[in-house]
Design a protein around this ligand. Sequence first.
Ligand SMILES: C[S@@+](CC[C@H](N)C(=O)[O-])C[C@H]1O[C@@H](n2cnc3c(N)ncnc32)[C@H](O)[C@@H]1O
Length: 206
Amino acid sequence: MSDLPHSPAADRNKQPILEALARILGERGSALEIASGTGQHAAWFAAAMPGWTWQPTDADARMLPALASRVAQAALPNLRAPLLLDVTAPRWPSQGAFVRGEEKFDAIYCANMLHIAPWAACAALMQGAARHLLADGLLVTYGPYFEEEAPAAPSNLAFDQDLRARNSEWGIRRLEDVAAEVRRAGLALRERHAMPANNLLLVFGF
Ligand SMILES: C[S@@+](CC[C@H](N)C(=O)[O-])C[C@H]1O[C@@H](n2cnc3c(N)ncnc32)[C@H](O)[C@@H]1O
């Protein structure tokens, strides 16, 4: 048995997210994952999508050894060693380099970060994605959002309150605010997919 850090939520949502990604992304390509956390998504997606090279990253240096262990345990040729990457840093990755230098990717994937980071991380994610996506590349985000036109789910309202109590800079973001940052970065919202447990999977492109 593995004693690696483990997120029960990631175990629950990894298959629905994979099914959406498999429909949205083509057969092959290169993906940069932002905020990989435990690496459960990275290992699951890389195993199920052998045509995709997956680059996990996280901003928390304390998470990287466990993330590296998960990657090593997965032993997949298309799953790269994790890198330190804070979206708000002036360059990506924050330390070291991508395998191919100033690499651009076919996809950038970021789950459950925007509400657990200061608001500035949203603009930073979008600006960085614009720098590191190929011209026909896609940014995919997953997580809870509030939407102007839709009543907020009680579970999301409670989660938002809990987040804000833990850190006044955290909180569930309004999709309209996120879309404004996206436009500032030269990207646009292309697809919105409702996901289990009141989450959304959003797809952005140039
Ligand atoms: C709730 S976890 C999500 C982990 C994983 N993506 C998932 O969905 O299970 C949030 C992650 O965001 C990362 N994070 C927070 N601020 C960040 C930043 N500025 N840049 C990149 N990652 C960040 C944290 O280190 C943490 O691993």
